[in-house]
Design a protein around this ligand. Sequence first.
Ligand SMILES: [Zn+2]
Ligand SMILES: [Zn+2]
Ligand SMILES: [Zn+2]
Ligand SMILES: [Zn+2]
Ligand SMILES: [Zn+2]
Length: 483
Amino acid sequence: MSGTGLTAGSSGGSGGSGHRFHYPGICHGCNFPNLCAAPLYRCSQCHLVMYCHRGCQARDWPNHKLFCELYKVPGGGGALQMALVAAAGASDEERLQRQREFLAGLRVTASLALGRRLHRHEEEALLFPRLCEVCGMTGPLGAGSGCCPDCCGVYYCCHDHLREDREQHRQWCELYKLCSCCNQQAKNREAITLPTALDQEYRPLAPTMEKHILSLASRLRPVAVAGASESLTFPLTALYVLQQVWPGLATAPVLTLHVVGAEDGREPRVAAPWEYLMHRLPVLARLHVLLVGPGLGGPQGCHRAALCQQCRDKDRQLVVECRRALYHNLPQATAAATPPTLRLAFNCGFHEWEGDEGDTWPDSFTLMADDAAPLAFTSFNHSEAQRDLAALRRAKPEVQVSLALPNPYRSTRPLRDWTREDGAHMYYTNQYLTVLQAGQAGQRAAQDTGEEGEQEEAREEGKQGEAREGGQMGEQHTLPDTT
Ligand SMILES: [Zn+2]
Ligand SMILES: [Zn+2]
Ligand SMILES: [Zn+2]
Ligand SMILES: [Zn+2]
Ligand SMILES: [Zn+2]
């Protein structure tokens, strides 16, 4: 095998509608990027979606009808009218945010009313409506009312407001463009082929995902880099963490990863991305990836992957194991059979469950933070990373952070953030990385403070103290080697 096909948008939705998307300036029906060359027609009932052509609307009507009728309000105006009423009394600055929150809240009622999960393009119609970036209003149709002509990603009620926001929008415009290009690529199911020859000797990773991918294929466009990075972010984040915290990496014959809280359509369960990791580690003979989470459907159990000729010649093994279970409920036999080198929780969302009766993370934390395997978790942004760590610390106050930084191996595919947390219009899969010290090391450090430790250990504890201070969120910090 000289290359591996990594299909872009592997985390896309399901079914025939799974690859459709919604932007305020792109036809909701055909998704064809006309780049605002021609005016769009608005659905006069819901006011949420736009079409390039009446024919396009007619073709989409059987799909759109039931969703649309949820927003039939007396006097017309649809969902946007409902949002405006909900935001009554808000100042100009507040109006946009209040309406966005209201419309986002409609996702739940819409899903209940329709008796199914919303399709992605329906959800996005509620999350990215045609509301002016400056004043939060929707303008009359026609001249002077429309979206940024470059990216079609944001809406303005009039030319004045488009001009007023130009400086502010400039920093996001390219990313909106890349965002919709990635949607197009996923819709067309374009596969990106990367050369994956097995490295003859171990080399540390390039400083970032982008540099790594471009070192393999220098001519790839950003959209192709983004497509490849979507699945590579999982194995390469694991490799990056191991490179930072595990001196034995280059010579290890066996590697076991526990991916905790895994979900369908997020972490890859196909072999190619994990085999890609193996190709970076020439001495490795066996990689075992255990994906475990209550939301993990599909075939269960161990799957031994068919590997490339080079790997077969070296008699290597790759096992991808899927278990639909809570991590702390894994059968003893399963857990004991594969003690982890590293545990990972991708896009963990620990904080989202806090205070919820259904929060099962604290029981898993106990298991995850108590032995010699370090735990790494990723969050969508810096604020969420802080909240995730706080949630973990309420259950396990003694955990020590060894690494907290913007993840150099995050996906490079921008995703629109309707909440605009931290003022950012975009977020990325695995954007922020936090790595905790292994449990035993943490415990030993705690004991040492109470007793007279040996000099050697005291010195090491000093180092850990340093790591603790420098390891706070926000600053890039690398754990000193443990020697
Ligand atoms: Zn169309
Ligand atoms: Zn409609
Ligand atoms: Zn406006
Ligand atoms: Zn733009
Ligand atoms: Zn191989």
